[in-house]
Design a binder for this molecule. Structure first.
Ligand SMILES: Cc1ncc(COP(=O)(O)O)c(C=O)c1O
Ligand SMILES: Nc1c(O)cccc1C(=O)C[C@H](N)C(=O)O
Length: 416
């Protein structure tokens, strides 16, 4: 992973940095920031918005696109829009916009439903792609610190497929996959701590053991290179409302590697998964390709918002986003160390770049009240029970001066 070129390195913090010096540095980094022009493509105010790891900010192109979809495509063209406005093919067309952001060649990503629903499709399909319980593969390995929905759905998928769930810390999974493992479900980054997990290593270990991997990319897609094809991932899912800025409840996506598409057996075969949906035939014949991961009618208004939102990626390299993300989180940790009274917060986000996503999580006594105070003072992060302050850094619109301000305000709140 390449070092950011913003002039400082992890581990190089100095507690004696003065506020003036850090403010100067922030200005220097902002001046050098090759992504700084992107901020103008979002609707933002002078709030420091560090919650893009939960809901990304509104891209400025979205309102007009949604208005046109409502007024012209729906209001005037009505039913004709399924073909004339490209509504019917939106799931695969928008999938192609997401594909390069997660390192997938065309034809493998389809958009639709929520992440939760796609976790269900993928985990059941993963068990069906494996040798399965009849051949002694009856274990689904799950990340024990997972975002809850993945764990709940894995349990249900296990009951439906005759498997059992074994929950383990992600770091122990690679050494634990074995001849009984059918599927492995893991988060690429931990939603609470921001820890980045070893996707290449765990994927390779699972493959060597004959298991099928499902990665949840909610906290990494749009923040760092994922490399789905490069690392031989089998199946993946993710949401689009965090670093992809698709809007509240925007549709999620499902990745099915080319080599699995012919055998991908969705547990939710709807008429949109059919090879000939308008044939209206009683027998199910799956569509070819990732399209068989579709289920029912696409939610066009949300898709319109998402499609417009993805326009901000024009000319942006994910490597540049990653370099800035690491520089932002490094700088935040450095400012927190310089400003915050000793012992008031403890970072639970790894210092090593290879283990860090795009958020910083600070354990803090009275975290819920502290976050309320921060928000009241114009610094928006979020709080996760029982004691974590989360700050998400979206490189497309967060700048270094904002990072310095966030740490300064945090220190003011903590000093009382
Ligand atoms: C890692 C992870 N997986 C799944 C979800 C749930 O997604 P959804 O509510 O869109 O189904 C979230 C966030 O809500 C998440 O952070
Ligand atoms: N999806 C959310 C929602 O509908 C309301 C509030 C928050 C969310 C989130 O996405 C939470 C987020 N996945 C998390 O990492 O905590």
């Amino acid at each position: 992973m390449s070092e950011p070129s913003y002039g400082h390195r992890e581990g190089g913090h100095s507690v004696s940095q003065s506020q003036e010096r850090l403010a100067e540095l922030a200005a220097e980094y902002d001046a050098k920031d090759e992504l700084r022009g992107k901020r103008a493509e979002f609707v933002l105010d002078d709030t420091v918005y560090l919650d893009g790891n939960s809901l990304g900010a509104l891209p400025a192109a979205v309102p007009a696109k949604v208005a046109d979809t409502v007024a012209r495509e729906w209001g005037e063209l009505r039913i004709r829009s399924w073909t004339q406005s490209g509504w019917w093919t939106a799931p695969e067309r928008i999938g192609e916009l997401i594909a390069p952001l997660v390192g997938a060649a065309p034809g493998q990503v389809v958009v639709g439903d929520s992440t939760s629903v796609n976790v269900f499709k993928a985990v059941v399909a993963a068990v069906r792609l494996s040798d399965g319980p009849a051949a002694g593969r009856d274990e689904i390995l799950v990340d024990s610190a997972t975002f809850p929905t993945d764990g709940y759905i894995a349990e249900s998928a296990a009951r439906l497929t005759g498997c059992r769930v074994r929950a383990l810390p992600v770091g122990e999974m690679a050494a634990s996959v074995g001849p009984a493992t059918a599927a492995v479900l893991a988060n690429h980054a931990d939603y609470r701590t921001g820890r980045l997990h070893d996707l290449p290593g765990l994927t390779a270990a699972a493959r060597a053991a004959g298991a099928v991997t499902v990665w949840d990319l909610c906290h990494t897609a749009g923040a760092l290179p994922v490399g789905l094809d490069e690392h031989g991932v089998d199946l993946a899912v993710g949401c689009t409302y965090k670093y992809l800025n698709g809007g509240p409840g925007s549709p999620a996506y499902l990745y099915v590697a080319h080599r699995h598409q012919a055998a991908f057996d969705s547990p939710l075969p709807g008429w949109n998964s059919h090879a000939e949906p308008f044939g209206m035939r009683p027998e199910f014949e799956p569509a070819k390709g990732a399209v068989r991961g579709r289920v029912g009618t696409p939610d066009i208004l949300s898709m319109a918002a998402l499609e417009a939102a993805l326009g901000v990626w024009e000319g942006v390299s994910v490597d540049a986003v990653r370099a800035k993300s690491l520089a932002l989180t490094d700088f935040f940790l450095r400012c927190v160390e310089a400003y915050v009274p000793e012992g008031r917060v403890v970072s639970v986000t790894p210092v090593a770049h290879a283990e860090r996503g795009s958020q910083v999580a600070l354990e803090c006594a009275d975290a819920e009240r502290v976050m309320g105070e921060l928000i009241a003072r114009g610094v928006v992060g979020d709080y996760r029970a029982p004691d974590v302050l989360r700050f998400g850094f979206t490189p497309l619109y967060v700048g270094f001066a904002e990072v310095e301000r966030a740490a300064r305000v945090l220190a003011e709140v903590l000093r009382g």
